[in-house]
Design a binder for this molecule. Structure first.
Ligand SMILES: [Zn+2]
Length: 209
């Protein structure tokens, strides 16, 4: 069932680990069927990415119940499915614990995005969603608050936990998750050198002239 979607989710999950955004079995990935069935493909729980194949990815109904698969879905399934239900513009989600972004999340501080190219992708800040326990729908609802609507940020931090990135497709969600980690890393390094210059709307306007 939905083999090409399962393959895309698996490929993104493997790439997420290759990029160093997670280790072992941490993090999770989901994608909505682009053909309008409402079905969702998610990574399984407790399986190392280096051993994962498309056949390990689980297919869910929109409410999160398992439709197809030989494994149990990620424990963060309620977070993924509530975001996909509430945001029809979102087709894929990537959740990581990437270390520089996580360091902002544990001090409950938004990431100022100071690299011009990253601002185009992410917006001017990566906000922090209020705390909610892992594995709950409440965590997804907190993320929805932080993300706002379709014109809002493309990712948020989960307080004391990690990163949730969204995209029109799951590949875009991964690119956004990577951009969040790079933005956090860049800000850390820049702080050692001096006071990072915040990107203003004026900067953005001039660069498009
Ligand atoms: Zn997590």
């Amino acid at each position: 069932m939905l083999e090409s979607l399962r393959r895309r989710v698996c490929d993104v999950a493997v790439e997420m680990e290759r990029l160093g955004l997670v280790r072992g079995t941490a993090g999770n990935v989901s994608a909505r069927d682009p053909d309008g069935s409402g079905l969702v493909a998610v990574t399984p729980t407790s399986l190392p990415y280096r051993r994962m194949t498309a056949d390990d990815v689980v297919i869910l109904d929109p409410d999160g119940s398992v439709r197809w698969g030989r494994r149990r879905p990620t424990s963060e399934t309620p977070m993924h499915t509530v975001v996909l239900r509430e945001r029809p513009d979102v087709g894929g989600l990537v959740h990581t614990h990437s270390i520089h972004a996580l360091s902002f999340a544990v001090v409950n501080r938004e990431i100022p995005v100071v690299h011009l190219e990253a601002v185009y992708r992410l917006g001017e800040v990566v906000p922090v969603a209020r705390h909610a326990p892992p594995g709950t729908e409440e965590l997804g609802r907190r993320a929805l608050e932080a993300l706002g609507g379709p014109d809002g940020p493309r990712a948020c931090l989960l307080q004391n936990h990690g990163v949730l990135a969204v995209g029109a497709g799951v590949e875009e969600a991964l690119a956004n998750a990577l951009a969040v980690e790079e933005a956090a890393h860049c800000y850390h390094l820049a702080l050692r050198l001096g006071e990072p210059i915040r990107v203003t709307r004026d900067h953005l306007r001039r660069s498009m002239d």
